[in-house]
Design a protein around this ligand. Structure first.
Ligand code: HEM
Length: 456
C-alpha cells in the first residue's frame, strides 16, 4: 500500500518549484521545517522528492545506490569538466574510480602534503605583505586563490601565477555560464546567438590545450614529479592492465581541479567569517595551535593532534556545507519508506537542511564546534552529517580537503586577526557550491608579535 507524503503547492500555481529554483538552500531550510523530512514538489513534468530523512538518504546513496544515477543538473557540468568522476556513471565511473583512488591513499596524501606546505607557506608570507597596505581584503577571493594554488601544485606541480590566474578565470566564467543555463534553461537557445556559448567554448578550448600540453610534456619527462598527474598517468586497472586515455586524463584532471578548490575555499571563507563573530572559539583554536605546532610549519603528523581545529572545520561545514545538496534519479522505479519514486522523479537530499535538523543537533542554528565532540558524534545517525556525501560516490578528495583546510586555517588563525568590515552583507548564494554572495570583506592584520614564518 503506497504511502502518501506531503505535497508542496507553493505560491506559483503553474510552477510550484519556482521558489525552489530561485534559492534551493533557503527553500529547503524553510520548507523542511514546515513540511517534514520527506515531501514532494511537482516541477514541470517531474516530481522532486525533497528529503532530510536519514533512512531515505541511506537507501538512495548506499543500500540501493546501483538503481540511482546523478540528477540531470550534473549533465550541464559535462560541458566544462567532461566525463570525469563527478559526472560519469555506471561501469565507466567504476573503472575510473578504481584508477584514481590510489592517488588519494594515505601514503600519497603524506607526499602531497609536502607540496601543500610549500605553497601555503608562500601564500601566508604574501598575505602578510598584502596586509601591510592596510586595505580590506575579500577573504572569499583570497581563499579561492590559496586553494587554487594548492590544487595546481599538488595536481600539476605548477606554481606559475600567470597560468593560475587564467585557469581560475576560465573556471569562474565557465561556472557562471553553466549556472545561468541551469537556472534559466529557456535562455539556452539565445546563448548560441549572443556569443555566450562561443566564449565558453573558446575558454574551454584554451583550458584543454593547456592540459593536453602538460600531459604530453609529462609523458616525455624522464624524472616526473610525484604529483597527482603522474599518479593518474601511471595508474593501471588491476584487472585489465589498461591505463587512461589522454581524453580521460584530461577530464579527471579538470574534474579534480574544479571539484578540489572551490569547495575548500568556500568552507574556509565561511570559517573566517564565523570565527570573526566568535572570539572565544578563536582563542581556543590559538591555544591548541600553540600547544601542537608552536611557531613552526605544521607537519603531517600534527594534523591528527589538531582536534579542535578539525571540530571547527566540521562545524563550519555543518552550517554552510559547500556541497549543499545531492540529487539522484532512479534508473528503475523505486519505493522507499512506502513512497513510489518514478523514473523521472528526482530525490533531492538537502544536506544543508539535514545539518540544521533539531532532531540531530543540540543547537542547530548556532556555531557550536562541540557538536563534534566524540561523545556528541556517537549520539547521531551517521547519515545526519554529509558534507562529503556518502556511499560509493562519496567525495574522493575528503581527506585531501580536510588536511588542506586544517593547514590553512591553523596558519591563518595563528598569523592574523580577521574582522568583518562594518556593514558588509554576508549572504549565502547556492551556485554549484554554497558561496558567500558578496564575498567576505575583512580587515586583516598580522597578530602582534607573530614571528616571520619560515618557508620550507
Ligand atoms: C571542503 C571540500 C569538499 C567538499 C565539501 C566536497 C563535497 C563533495 C560531495 C558532497 C561530493 C558528492 C557528490 C554526489 O554524490 O553527488 C563530492 C564528490 C567528489 N569530490 Fe569533493 N568535496 C570537497 C573537496 C574535494 C577535493 C579537494 C577533491 C579533489 C582534489 C574533490 C573531488 C571530488 C570528486 C572527484 C568527486 C566525485 C566522486 C565520485 O563520484 O566518484 N572534492 N565532493
Amino acid at each position: 500500500m503506497p504511502t502518501n507524503i506531503p505535497v508542496f503547492k507553493g505560491k506559483n500555481r503553474f510552477l510550484p518549484g519556482a521558489e525552489f529554483l530561485r534559492n534551493p538552500f533557503e527553500f529547503t531550510l524553510k520548507q523542511s521545517q514546515k513540511m517534514g523530512d520527506f515531501y514532494m514538489m511537482p516541477f514541470l513534468h517531474r516530481k522532486i522528492f525533497v528529503t532530510t530523512n536519514h533512512e531515505v538518504v541511506a537507501h538512495v546513496l548506499q543500500k540501493n545506490q546501483k538503481n540511482y544515477r546523478k540528477s540531470p543538473a550534473y549533465r550541464q557540468l559535462r560541458l566544462a569538466i567532461g566525463t570525469g568522476l563527478v559526472t560519469s556513471e555506471g561501469e565507466f565511473w567504476r573503472s575510473q574510480r578504481r584508477l584514481v583512488q590510489p592517488a588519494f591513499y594515505k601514503t600519497q596524501l603524506e607526499d602531497l602534503f609536502q607540496g601543500m606546505g610549500i605553497v601555503t607557506g608562500k601564500y601566508i608570507a604574501e598575505l602578510k605583505a598584502k596586509t601591510a597596505l592596510g586595505k580590506p581584503l575579500d577573504m572569499a577571493k583570497e581563499m579561492m586563490e590559496a586553494t587554487a594554488r594548492i590544487v595546481l601544485k599538488t595536481l600539476f606541480s605548477t606554481e606559475d601565477t600567470a597560468d593560475i590566474n587564467e585557469m581560475y578565470r576560465v573556471m569562474m566564467d565557465a561556472q557562471d555560464y553553466l549556472v545561468y543555463r541551469t537556472v534559466k534553461p529557456y535562455m539556452i537557445p539565445f546563448t548560441y546567438i549572443n556569443g555566450m556559448h562561443r566564449k565558453f567554448k573558446r575558454d574551454i578550448a584554451w583550458f584543454d590545450g593547456y592540459i593536453f600540453d602538460l600531459i604530453e610534456k609529462r609523458r616525455k619527462d624522464p624524472n616526473p614529479p610525484n604529483d597527482l598527474l603522474t599518479m593518474l598517468l601511471t595508474s593501471k586497472d588491476e584487472d585489465t592492465g589498461q591505463a587512461m586515455s589522454d581524453r580521460a586524463l584530461r577530464d579527471e584532471a579538470v574534474t579534480l581541479f574544479a571539484a578540489g578548490h572551490e569547495t575548500s575555499a568556500t568552507a574556509l571563507s565561511w570559517a573566517l567569517w564565523l570565527l570573526s563573530q566568535h572570539p572565544g572559539v578563536v582563542q581556543q583554536l590559538r591555544s591548541e595551535i600553540d600547544q601542537v605546532v608552536g611557531d613552526r610549519m605544521p607537519g603531517f603528523e600534527d594534523l591528527r593532534k589538531l582536534t579542535y581545529t578539525m571540530q571547527v572545520i566540521q562545524e563550519v561545514m555543518r552550517l554552510y556545507p559547500p556541497g549543499f545538496a545531492i540529487g539522484r534519479q532512479p534508473i528503475a522505479e523505486d519505493e522507499v519508506l512506502g513512497v513510489k519514486i518514478p523514473t523521472n522523479g528526482i530525490v533531492f537530499i538537502s544536506i544543508a537542511a539535514m545539518h540544521r535538523d533539531p532532531r540531530y543537533w543540540e543547537r542547530p542554528h548556532d556555531f557550536y564546534p562541540e557538536h563534534f565532540n566524540p561523545e556528541a558524534e556517537k549520539m547521531r545517525p551517521k547519515m545526519a552529517y554529509l558534507p562529503f556525501g556518502a556511499g560509493p560516490r562519496m567525495c574522493i578528495g575528503n581527506h585531501f580537503a580536510l588536511m588542506e583546510m586544517q593547514l590553512l586555517l591553523a596558519l591563518l588563525v595563528r598569523e592574523f586577526e580577521f574582522e568583518l568590515v562594518e556593514g558588509h552583507p554576508v549572504e549565502p548564494e547556492p551556485l554549484i557550491t554554497l558561496k558567500p554572495k558578496h564575498g567576505i570583506l575583512m580587515k586583516v592584520q598580522p597578530v602582534p608579535m607573530s614571528p616571520p614564518i619560515s618557508i620550507p
